[in-house]
Design a protein around this ligand. Structure first.
Ligand code: HEC
Ligand code: HEC
Ligand code: HEC
Ligand code: HEC
Length: 186
């Protein structure tokens, strides 16, 4: 009896280990900004969701569904509508510029440039990062935490805000960041 129990324990430990190994290698899935809303739309959190929803990032896909967008796509020589053109989607929907993004069924293109466009696909870290001491594990599971002070945030913005955008305007980081900043209360 004792022996079979310890065998079960060994088997269980092995399963946990392989599960972790698997987690490390599996690409993070894009789950959609709705998955962040429950915790990031409270006064205590700083209402990041409501802030994001009020910015043009949340409308970036809808913008591609406009006649103007189709005209821009046609002028660039694309035969497809803008909202179906991968070259346009690349900057207008979370994850679309990745080589092989993986989407959960919960993700909808409609959300445009969502939380995960800047913070990484959330499947691996969304339940892991809530404690400060887990932040490194969360990063290993795909979480991106760009930073304004060290310049990594500006660098990330310019992956989309650059002259490959057919409507590119000069990008002034400080000014643009002010429009989308979403701090946690101190
Ligand atoms: C179950 C609740 C919960 C969910 C769901 C959740 N978060 Fe969080 N998040 C938190 C809490 C709590 C903190 C504060 C952690 C701390 O004190 O360091 C946090 C912190 C963060 C931070 C700041 C990390 C740092 O230390 O700089 C980012 C970025 C973040 N979350 C993004 C997201 C994104 C993107 C999603 C959706 C994919 C998400 N969160 C989903 C609870 C949640
Ligand atoms: C994944 C691509 C992507 C990234 C990364 C990105 N943006 Fe954007 N951004 C867009 C798109 C697309 C629009 C246009 C949305 C629309 O109007 O439909 C936009 C629009 C904006 C706007 C509104 C336009 C204006 O002139 O007021 C601001 C402000 C902005 N972004 C700031 C930022 C900042 C700051 C960063 C970096 C922290 C950033 N963006 C990162 C794609 C991106
Ligand atoms: C366009 C890029 C972009 C998008 C979209 C975005 N974030 Fe962020 N987020 C950042 C950057 C850059 C920082 C770091 C700010 C800094 O260094 O002060 C940040 C910081 C945070 C923080 C930590 C704030 C603090 O005071 O430490 C949280 C929490 C967070 N984001 C959650 C979210 C959630 C939730 C969403 C979607 C509803 C979202 N973010 C959408 C770029 C983005
Ligand atoms: C390299 C990233 C990138 C690509 C590729 C891209 N866009 Fe955008 N798009 C942006 C950004 C960033 C903005 C907002 C700021 C700007 O206009 O520079 C934007 C804004 C727009 C706007 C709103 C313009 C306005 O003045 O309000 C339209 C329409 C648009 N894009 C259509 C398209 C179409 C159609 C394609 C494909 C042919 C496309 N975009 C490809 C990044 C991109």
């Amino acid at each position: 009896m004792k022996k079979s129990l310890s065998l079960i324990a060994v088997a269980a430990a092995f399963m946990v280990l392989t599960a972790f190994t698997f987690m490390d290698n599996a690409p993070a899935k894009y789950v959609g900004s709705q998955a962040c809303k429950a915790c990031h739309n409270t006064d205590k959190s700083g209402k990041q969701f409501a802030k994001w929803e009020s910015t043009p990032h949340s409308k970036a896909f809808k913008t591609l569904q406009s006649e103007d967008a189709d005209k821009i796509a046609a002028k660039k020589g694309f035969k497809t509508k803008a909202a179906e053109t991968p070259e346009c989607l690349a900057c207008h929907v979370s994850g679309k510029s990745d080589k092989a993004p993986v989407y959960d069924a919960s993700f909808k293109n409609d959300e445009g440039v969502g939380c995960e466009a800047c913070h990484g696909g959330g499947s691996g870290y969304k339940m892991l990062h809530m404690k400060k001491e887990n932040l490194e594990k969360a990063k290993a599971a795909g979480m991106l935490v760009p930073n304004v002070a060290d310049g990594s945030a500006e660098k990330q913005c310019k992956e989309c805000h650059n002259d490959k955008s057919p409507t590119h305007k000069d990008f002034k980081f400080a000014e643009m960041w002010k429009k989308i900043a979403h701090p946690m209360p101190k």
